[in-house]
Design a protein around this ligand. Structure first.
Ligand SMILES: CC(C)(COP(=O)(O)OP(=O)(O)OC[C@H]1O[C@@H](n2cnc3c(N)ncnc32)[C@H](O)[C@@H]1OP(=O)(O)O)[C@@H](O)C(=O)NCCC(=O)NCCSC(=O)CCC(=O)O
Length: 528
């Protein structure tokens, strides 16, 4: 027999697996049936034979008006859910007319400053029918409340709204960077959101606990799952300590992972993650509601694996990555556009990305049966191996005092950086093949015309803000922001006064500043 290869997590992959690889395998305990504890085989009994995953393409750029047009196009092309990308100032809690926002307005997503922008963003989209994901973290409460206010204007009550806010600040400290407040205050705000949604928006997924960005920063699959589940445990612990019942909020926790081109390990990763989470929730937190034990997740194909060289090859990579997500039982999927390593996707590239999902869903047979790899020697062995590696890393986080303490010690970040460095060296030394980059290189590439965001939109956005500040009742806004500060200083849920301020057309930036006044901001203690 040949020597074992190494998986992305550094685990051996044997050239041949056989019955001895799974000797003593207890199928009842490890797999169960689909839709039953420990959910290894998927969270729903019928999975895609009952309903396909949600095709949810992440999009947004420029102004609310331009993004609204892109959403109408996507819905017209057959996408099943919306996914909003916000620009950096919005994600950092600044308005488009602040000095710090200059040059960034509308660049990596849409600029949303106020109720007026939110209304434009969803013009003509019935919020009782479409489910909407918003990639927003530190200012998640504001954007969610603006969405609720717009829905109310459409006559849609909170209990009809479905969607997700990312709201996962712990991974922002580790990998993504759009944090505002220190960890304790961030966790308090997140618990307030859980409590508010339980009362007002019971079908809303209150958080999307994300490994994706850690993976993009270089985390291995085992690190991605371990650090994500460790963060999830921190959120659960905080909410329980704040007096919430685990079965009141845990059914609405959701997750978000990457899908790489290494298909087998990725499928094993999703299966292992479901099994681990089900046991954590039942055995460590005493969750009784099966929905609290189900790890439901969104997947995005790995952006970091896309190349600027020979960009059309990315279409092939994305198809393989998307296939892995589906074979792993994802609930929702974003397939990247082939030009994303270069710029924002063009309309044609965005459509092709959606078409890729449609081919997997409607032209292959992988949706005809649930968890097709179950019982395969290699798949069950790799699922077990990954489970072991993930549990070991989760223990390492616990040994450091849990996710927040480990973040403050720089643990997750430095582990991820080591992995990223190893991968970069392997590519440089040609130990890892990247087609078109270190092998099969073309001497001359065809020119490519990327999408560019018009700088005029920043000026337009500033004008609209100036008009808003002129028109609204400024004194009422100031009073509402004072009421928000008072709630932040005490223990009352901050969302009701925040909603009132936003309804009076306070901007998202003003709301974030009011909270900064009371809570301060987070300064990372980087250890290098
Ligand atoms: C839970 C998920 C993962 C998926 O929710 P969805 O609504 O799409 O799917 P779902 O909940 O599985 O299914 C919808 C409803 O159909 C039901 N259903 C589904 N399949 C079923 C089946 N086979 N049998 C019976 N019922 C079924 C479910 O129970 C549910 O109803 P009930 O609810 O009544 O039970 C959610 O959180 C989500 O949509 N997340 C998306 C996150 C996202 O787009 N993130 C973008 C990040 S982009 C990013 O960060 C990029 C990088 C960057 O910016 O840095």
């Amino acid at each position: 027999m040949g020597s074992p290869a190494q998986s992305e997590s550094g685990l051996p992959i044997q050239p041949v697996y056989d019955g001895t690889s799974v000797a003593g395998f207890d199928a009842d305990a490890k797999l169960g049936s689909p839709g039953r504890f420990p959910y290894t085989r998927g969270v729903y009994p019928t999975m895609y034979t009952g309903r396909p995953w949600t095709m949810r393409q992440y999009a947004g750029f420029g102004t609310a008006k331009e993004s609204n047009e892109r959403y109408h196009e996507l819905v017209g092309a057959g996408t099943g859910g919306l996914s909003v990308a916000f620009d950096l100032p919005t994600q950092m809690g600044y308005d488009s007319d602040e000095a710090i926002a200059r040059g960034e307005v509308g660049k990596v997503g849409v600029a949303v400053d106020s109720l007026d922008d939110m209304r434009t963003l969803f013009q003509g989209l019935p919020l009782d029918k479409v489910s909407t994901s918003m990639t927003i973290n530190a200012p998640a409460a504001s954007l969610l409340l603006l969405y609720q206010l717009v829905a109310a204007e459409q006559g849609v009550p909170g209990d009809r709204l479905t969607g997700t806010i990312q709201n996962d600040v712990l991974k922002e400290y580790i990998a993504r960077g759009t944090y505002i407040f220190p960890p304790q205050q961030s966790l308090r705000l997140i618990s307030d959101i859980f409590a508010y949604c339980h009362r007002e928006l019971p079908r809303w997924n209150t958080i999307s606990i994300s490994g994706y960005h850690m993976a993009e920063a270089g985390a291995t699959p085992a690190q991605e799952i371990a650090f994500t589940l460790a963060n999830a445990k921190e959120y659960v612990r905080t909410a329980i300590a704040a007096g919430l019942d685990v079965d009141d909020f845990a059914p609405r926790l959701s997750f978000f992972f990457v899908a790489r081109t290494t298909l087998l390990e990725e499928i094993a990763k999703f299966r292992a993650a479901r099994r681990i989470w089900a046991r954590v929730m039942r055995d460590e937190f005493g969750a009784r509601n099966p929905k609290s034990q189900m790890l439901r997740f969104h997947t995005q194909t790995a952006g970091v694996q896309l190349t600027a060289q020979q960009p059309e090859v990315n279409l092939v990579r994305v198809a393989l990555q998307g296939l892995g997500a589906v074979l792993g039982g994802t609930q929702s999927l974003h397939t990247n556009s082939y030009d994303e390593a270069i710029a924002l996707p063009t309309q044609k590239a965005a459509r092709l990305a959606l078409r890729t999902q449609q081919v997997i869903a409607y032209e292959t047979d992988v949706t005809a049966t649930v968890d097709p790899f179950a019982g395969s020697y290699v798949m069950e062995s790799m699922t077990d191996d990954l489970e072991g590696a993930v549990l070991e890393l989760m223990r390492a986080v616990e040994d450091r005092g849990g996710a927040v303490a480990a973040i403050e010690q720089g643990f997750q970040k430095s582990e991820i950086e080591k992995s990223a460095y190893r991968t970069a060296l392997e590519i440089d030394h040609q130990e890892r093949t990247v087609v078109g980059v270190n092998k099969y290189v073309l001497d001359e590439e065809e020119p490519y015309e990327p999408l560019r965001v018009d700088p005029q939109i920043e000026l337009d956005q500033r004008e609209r803000l100036a008009a808003l500040r002129e028109e609204r009742d400024g004194d009422a806004v100031l009073r509402a922001l004072d009421a928000l500060r008072a709630a932040a200083r005490g223990t009352d849920n901050v969302l009701p006064p925040m909603r009132e301020a936003l309804r009076l057309r306070a901007t998202a930036g003003e709301v974030a500043h009011a909270l900064r006044d009371v809570w301060g901001t987070y300064v990372p203690h980087d250890t290098f």
